[in-house]
Design a protein around this ligand. Sequence first.
Ligand SMILES: Cc1ncc(COP(=O)(O)O)c(C=O)c1O
Length: 680
Amino acid sequence: MLNPERSKLLNLLDLNKDIASAKGAWLTSTCGEVYLDFTSQYGAVPFGFNPDFLQQQLIEQVNTNAAVMVQPFFSQGAKELSDLLIEIAPEGLKYVTFACTGAEVVEAAIKLAKSGTNRKKILSTLNSFHGKTMGAALATGNAYYKEEFYSDNASFLHIPYDDLEALELALSGRKIAAFIVEPVQGEGGMIEPSPGYLQGCQALCAHYNTLFVVDEIQTGLGRTGELFVSLKEGITPDILLVGKALGGGMLPISACIANEKAWSTDFGLRHSSTFANNHLAAHMGIGTIKALREQHEILENVNNMGHYLREQLEKLVARYPEVYTGCSGRGLMQGLMLSPWRDPQSYVPCCVYEFGYAVAIVSSYLLNQNHILTVPTLNANNVLRIQPNYFVEQGMIDRFIEALNEVAEIIKQGQFVRLLRNAIGLTAPMPNQDLPPLRLPRQAPPEPTQDEPYRGRFAFFIHPTTEEEGVDGLCAEISQFSPEERERARTWMNECSSLSPIAVPAYHIPCFASDDGGYIDGWLIASFLSPRDMMRLNKAEKTKLLTGYIEQAKALGVDRIGLGAFTSVISRSGTLVADSGVDVTTGNSYTALTSTDAVRQIVHHSGRSLSTMQLGVVGALGSVGRLCLLDLAGECASINLIGNARNKDRLSTLKSLAGEMLLSLVNADKPNAIPILMRL
Ligand SMILES: Cc1ncc(COP(=O)(O)O)c(C=O)c1O
């Protein structure tokens, strides 16, 4: 079976299609549906699917009985491609090592740097992406791709992107073998650095004798409208990395190209890979480079269409600033950033945004409703990646922009149900839109007035208490779902919660006014897990969920946390999170303290004093009774703790509770408050 987790994820978002054939910008499914591609397999398909000229070259090579895999010899293709790469690469690069994937040549660069410099540390940037094998994942500036697999490795350091000061600080210790950087952060969300950044990096690397490695695996060979960004920026890396487009979208091939300074004989003698130097793959590289060099209209089209696409995206952002936060990128690697989803009628859209599914849900809508293929960037799951092939036409971009307009209208009007129904795979027409909101506040909560003093922020942890309740909260229109649709929605939410058993900020309440003046604000932090789901979690998973809740609360700057529903149970009444650095309260504590407060008020209004009265606590062994006792004990004349005398165990537990109470009064330095009489 192919990776079931990926299938689950694709199914969850109704993004799973069986593609039977592909040509140019078009994909055809086994059901005969045709999709317009705006993804180019993460930028690895430069000329569209199965371009005629590369198909022909491939067939020609196969027909010559060429020596495709003849290691230890170099294939003719590998020799020719290495010459060609050196010809087109920035000055000084002259040693080529081929591999199949991008990550492999990142590994090669790391090995080269370590062996040639006798330094052990590798520096890269936060939010970068360099691949998923060990060294490449450790260089990648995104914990998600390494934390479960490779423990933190002190040899790999990260600094903010586009920050020359941070770079100088890191290099100045002269311990860094190589600095690896993307000229435009692709998976990070299509982020361009400031003008002059790359030149600054080169100068600093040269000054501190660190190898300057430029990862053009995604930007290289035309994607930005140039053969290499390095050429455009006038930089000469010590090592240049190329992948993706090098295979022309036909076969996997990548290259690590080093200059004299970076090359090492140890590496040359000890590094190899069985499938490197494949003649056919190399020929796809030769065909790709020749096409890009000889047919100027290709890069011209990338530049023209890149500008046109960018212009249209900027207009879209200007038209729908509440839906699209911005766009960025270069040439035909562009990103469109989605604003956070807020639905006053349901916490679900906010949660799915925070789970990182919003762009994927939009992609699913574009795929199923508009027949256009897009995906999110890997590090920035709020960025829609837009990477059509180099022959993209204006009409295709117009069609794409029209689809994005449609999505913007849906989001602007708060019709998240349309996006959710599409992701759930519900194809029937939309239910009537005119229903009143079902669950969350019927009116927007009041905004604070300026002159009220602000008294702090709370977080309350929530989750559905049953699966049914979870489905009820999906959207205001849920009552119009048919029983079958409701069942599908339930399954969808279950899958969502099993794939993302985490807690995320779901709802902000801007103002709770106090009778005493002032106001607080607060966040509901939610997971989709029901108590039954939580009971199924193992200890580590429960801890992860609780830590997630707490971390989210801290990141939001809260100073008091309320444990709602089952979060109190899985945290053993809050004891497991007691030392989180933030005040934590449970529903039981709240019940106990409001009860004791009520007792005080009643006594006060009746003109009596607790200090002359006898306190009786029924159910003192329950957590509410115990808290009531501890809170009131020091104020009463005598105490009766009432338990079942027939149960000997209970009696001895009552005794220890009495001891706990005495101790708490002594510790609180209130020995005089110890009640005169205590009966069990
Ligand atoms: C800049 C960059 N480096 C390295 C890689 C890893 O390439 P591969 O997936 O072929 O291993 C990628 C892939 O997205 C990339 O964008």
